[in-house]
Design a protein around this ligand. Structure first.
Ligand code: SF4
Ligand code: SF4
Length: 305
């Protein structure tokens, strides 16, 4: 069956079975997409970020404050705020956003490619309050320079390693996001990273799944399987294990004035996944009507947070 015939009906799969859905338990993690612009143009970027992609605008402090106020007023019990891009450190408002979130005692996780945009903010990062609550996740796509640069581009290795050493030396909470390519095993990757971290004296345990997070490389071209309600039982997997049961993400589209709430960090283009403007209005069932749902969450066995 061709891919284009799948994922048409929100409630039913192409062969008429009830499509799987996920209900929101609680917004444990609220993500903000800080904007799609990125200094890099990785060849497998799921959000197609680049130095010219402005599909999602830079988020600003007022927009962040609006949702933090909503969390507080509704006792939403959100503990972690995630910031992702693009490259969050390209956003001119990033330091004031981080300062506000940390002053408000949230745990904050910011994803970065570890290149020049974060480097020019090092001084500002050191001046932030409650730094214990900040974790910076740097993407290192492989423990070998050659394989990392195959994805991230030439001359991306030396700088990320240099900046990792600086962040580690200055006491920041760090973890690393990497990828498992087909044909490679988790064991090989964790061993390879162990040697790299030892060599550059990085205080990260490569055998800790929360410190070195391995994501499967997605194949956007391959035909995806649609997830039916029966699939949960067949796969012995619970809807509560996927990101949209405990997260939401705020975005601001190009040429739009209002921010929108999405179920997760992964599906940003498909407007059918928009859940309104407020966190309270976003408490809706999310039907898994997108190839990423099966590739990345249900079959790919990864939650991205
Ligand atoms: S650094 Fe991240 S956001 Fe930027 S292009 Fe690469 S994968 Fe995409
Ligand atoms: S991609 Fe994953 S987290 Fe996002 S809506 Fe689909 S199942 Fe939920």
């Amino acid at each position: 069956m061709m891919n284009k015939q799948l994922f048409l009906n929100k409630n039913f799969t192409s062969d008429g079975k009830p499509r799987a859905y996920v209900e929101l338990r609680n917004i444990e993690t609220l993500w903000f997409n800080t904007g799609t612009l990125c200094n890099l143009e990785c060849n497998d970027c799921y959000i197609e970020s680049s130095p010219t992609n402005k599909n999602l605008q830079y988020i600003n402090l007022l927009e962040v404050k609006k949702y933090i106020t909503e969390i507080k007023e509704n006792n939403l019990r959100t503990k972690l705020i995630g910031l992702t891009g693009g490259e969050p450190f390209m956003n001119p408002n990033i330091i004031e956003i981080l300062k506000y979130l940390l002053e408000n005692k949230f745990k904050v996780l910011v994803l970065s490619n570890g290149m020049r945009p974060i480097e020019i903010r090092f001084k500002n990062l050191l001046a932030l309050p409650n730094l214990n609550n900040l974790t910076i996740r740097i993407s290192v796509d492989h423990f070998k320079k050659k394989n990392h640069e195959k994805i991230r581009g030439n001359n991306t290795w030396k700088q990320v390693i240099k900046n990792l050493i600086w962040l580690n030396t200055n006491g920041f909470n760090l973890n690393i996001a990497s990828k498992i390519k087909p044909g490679e095993t988790e064991k090989i990757l964790r061993e390879g990273f162990y040697k790299l971290f030892t060599k550059i004296k990085l205080n990260i345990d490569s055998y800790d799944k929360k410190k070195l997070i391995l994501f499967p490389i997605m194949n956007y071209e391959k035909t995806s399987t649609e997830i039916t309600q029966d699939c949960w039982g067949i796969l012995n997997k619970s809807p509560e294990s996927v990101m949209c049961s405990n997260s939401r993400m705020i975005i601001k589209r190009k040429d739009e004035i209002n921010t929108k709430v999405l179920p997760c960090t992964l599906i940003t283009k498909d407007k059918k996944f928009e859940l309104g403007n407020t966190l309270v209005s976003s408490k809706k069932k999310v039907f898994l009507n997108h190839p990423f749902c099966s590739q990345f969450c249900v079959l790919g066995n990864s939650s991205c947070s």
